[in-house]
Design a protein around this ligand. Sequence first.
Ligand code: ADP
Length: 219
Amino acid sequence: MSKHLYAVIGLGRFGASICKELAREGMEVLAIDSDEEKVNEYKDIASHAVIADSTDEFALKDLGIRNIDHVIVAIGDNIHASILTTLILKELGIDMITVKAQNDYHEKVLNKIGADEVVHPERDMGKRIAHSIISSNILDYLELSDEHSVVEVKAGEKMDGKTLIDLDIRARFGCNVVAIKRDDDINVSPMADDVIYAGDVIIVIGADQDIHRFEKSLV
Ligand code: ADP
């Protein structure tokens, strides 16, 4: 099987971090930026680093972008360039296009023109950090949809020594405990009589409003 090929367009903070991580994982990455300095920085990190304006369809074709399986468009402030680049990639038939959105309107347009995945790292990270600020026992927070999330919480005194039946999280809050982590062990199909101890990490899935009630009452 041939190796999966990636391209990252835009080597700002976000694109650069994706590019570095893909390269670190041994992936084949083509790094593209219109800024020569940025490209020079990535010459030794990415498999190939080239200077190009991604809003120029011919430039992208010349680079052989059609051979790339997954393109990440990480152009930040220039929303116009991000949209135009996505449109060109779509027309060139790229299999998988992930685009970073700057704001909700940008996200809507990207979805409309057929971006396969739209990410909103600043907004999502902001939400995750806000939840961990509310309680230091909330370790992580992942939005699944506009209304559903997964939250990772550290069990405190309120849960210590109680079984899932005692806590009755599903009936009281409408959320489900999907896993319990204790040191290096992870129990991915917790039973009603499994006991939770302070310091365990429990992973809960549910509607945002239910998770909110659960956090207020037990975390
Ligand atoms: P971040 O917020 O992730 O730091 P930036 O907006 O600072 O993002 O960086 C975006 C990068 O995208 C810059 O390095 C910029 O040179 C590059 N870029 C912007 N427009 C284009 C384009 N049309 N073609 C290629 N690269 C571009």
